[in-house]
Design a protein around this ligand. Structure first.
Ligand code: NAD
Length: 512
């Protein structure tokens, strides 16, 4: 089976240094600190960042709060101009930032660049949105009155992000929050601080070109979970958008609820696809391969469960096994590589544990082993695992953040839809079918219970125009397109009386 070499070398450290210098990050920000940064490609250290203190974090929130009070008075289309400039700076930095995503998160280059493209796309979307923050005019029952709703800036928007989309998640939130009149305080994943520092430097250039944005509009807090907790508990943070595991959401959600803060929770997924009897099998095969193995199975929307109809199981699954054993695993920078490294040892251990659980259920496990000779001893490359389960059970019911695809036979669509919905997470789902009845049933009120339900494409690879997020243990938040912007604003309902009378609603009389 195909592999490609990745040898640890200090040339990677040099390359990272050159990239960060070109991106405008001061060397003191990524050398000599107390938090080591490693590249999953070789496992070696590529930087050492400084964790901010809780007091620093609080001071940053205070600056952001002051910035909000000025920014909310700037007309929204003018706020859009800042986001337009941010999009321009991201375009100029796309190649460097994309490569840094590859080095720090292990994504193949087209995915690293794709992540930066997504940042550019959301900036374009937000610029248009800055002239479209529409409220409604509402029919009133009282003569000589007018009723309407107005959307106002909300306050400081906190952003906590995960390692696997180290920069795009910030931009989904920041681009919208900025045009909505909010300031932004970002706590990136402790596993990917370098891409965050680079993004912050890029944003500083947009701010400089904009000219008169208030200081503190975009703050960055390098740190671990404890710094995230400062954002969660600070009463000045009006809305907190937190992306990461369901375990993180379980900790964060109740704390936000306790202080009545707005929460946008984007948590784990356990996404399924159904391959129905009429499916275009060639298309399904390609869709499954990308959704299940892309980003080495480390997307929140990664395909983890595959329900294949009895009638096609024996033709589809052997083909899938062939694709799994031939896919090139290796250094993501090597041409032809489709599956890069796992983020770290914890991800590798979690994967092996899930595979052991599957073996204990007499599943047929294909692949899943560590690929030798790639990277250093602290780099974790695995062959993606295809696991044929006899029943929908065991480790298939929980998200393991690694490339494992559980395959189960089904006989009726009702059964397959029930399995689709029988897990805690509710992020993404899909069906491969050419039967319009099946497709519509899957997307109907009685179909998939996920935030995303696709037909004839896999569950991963969303574009920014739609609202992104999921139900149940995925947290219920929505980000990016459609009307997701409303989460970053507060709504005021206004009733205006332009008559000389004072009629009361519902016919109430109160004559004094
Ligand atoms: P993680 O939960 O370990 O960490 C995510 C972030 O939360 C990090 O910045 C971390 O420091 C912070 N954090 C953790 N516990 C916290 C707490 N108690 N209070 C405040 N902050 C806390 O997740 P990860 O391993 O970086 O990312 C993988 C997970 O993220 C997967 O479960 C994946 O499905 C999920 N994810 C979801 C989406 C989505 O949009 N739904 C997108 C990307 C990733």
């Amino acid at each position: 089976s195909a592999t490609s070499a990745a040898t640890p070398s200090s040339s990677l450290v040099t390359e990272v240094d050159q990239l960060l210098q070109r991106l405008g990050v001061p060397r003191t920000a990524y050398t000599g600190g107390d938090l080591p940064v490693r590249s999953p490609i070789t496992g070696e250290a590529i930087g050492a960042v400084r964790e901010v203190s809780a007091a620093d974090a609080s001071a940053a929130i205070a600056r952001a709060q002051a910035a909000f009070q000025a920014w909310r008075n700037v007309p929204a289309p003018r706020r859009g101009e800042l986001v337009r400039l941010l999009g321009e700076e991201l375009r100029a930095a796309k190649d460097d930032l994309g490569l840094l995503v590859t080095i720090e998160a292990g994504k193949i280059p087209s995915e690293g660049l794709g992540e930066v493209q997504e940042m550019i796309d959301i900036c374009d979307f937000a610029v248009g949105l800055s002239r479209q923050l529409y409220g409604l005019t509402i029919a009133t029952e009282r003569p000589g009155h007018r009723m309407m709703e107005t959307w106002h800036p909300l306050g400081v928007c906190g952003v906590i992000s995960a390692f696997n989309f180290p920069v795009a998640v910030w931009s989904w939130n920041a681009a919208l929050a900025l045009v909505c009149g909010d300031s932004v305080v970002w706590k990136p994943s402790e596993k990917t601080p370098l891409t965050a520092l680079a993004t912050h430097a890029i944003a500083q250039r947009a701010l400089a070109r904009f000219g008169d944005a208030p200081e503190g509009l975009l703050e960055l807090l390098i740190g671990q979970r404890g710094i995230g907790e400062v954002l969660v508990d600070d009463a000045r943070v009006a809305v907190l958008s937190a992306t990461g595991s369901t375990a993180m959401g379980r900790a964060v959600g109740p704390r936000l609820a306790a202080r009545f803060a707005r929460a946008i929770l984007e948590l784990g997924g356990n996404n399924a696809a159904i391959v129905a009897p009429t499916a275009d099998l060639d298309l399904a095969l390609r869709g499954i391969a990308f959704a299940a193995m892309g980003t080495a199975g480390q997307r929140c929307t990664t395909l983890r469960r595959l329900f294949v109809h009895d009638s096609i199981y024996d033709s589809l699954v052997p083909q899938l096994r062939k694709v799994y054993s031939n896919v090139q695993v290796g250094d993501p920078r090597t041409a032809g590589t489709l599956v890069g490294p796992l983020i770290d040892r914890g991800a590798y251990d979690g994967m092996q544990k899930a595979l052991d659980q599957a073996r204990a259920l007499d599943a047929k496990v294909h692949g899943g082993e560590r690929v030798p000779g790639l990277g250093g001893s602290d780099a974790y490359y695995v062959r993606p695992a295809l696991v044929e389960l006899q029943k929908h059970e065991g480790p298939a019911l929980h998200e393991t953040f690694a490339p494992i695809l559980y395959v189960v036979r089904y006989s009726t669509l009702d059964e397959a839809i029930a399995w689709n919905n029988a897990v805690g997470a509710g992020l993404s789902s899909s069906i491969f079918t050419l039967n319009v009845r099946e497709a519509e049933q899957f997307m109907s009120a009685a179909g998939s219970d996920c935030g995303i339900a696709n037909v004839n494409i896999g569950p991963s690879g969303a574009e920014i125009g739609g609202a992104f997020g999921g139900e149940k243990e995925t947290g219920g938040g929505r980000e990016a397109g459609s009307d997701s912007w409303k989460a970053y604003m507060r709504r005021a309902t206004n009733t205006i009386n332009y008559s000389t009378a004072l009629p009361l609603a519902q016919g109430v009389k109160f004559d004094v």
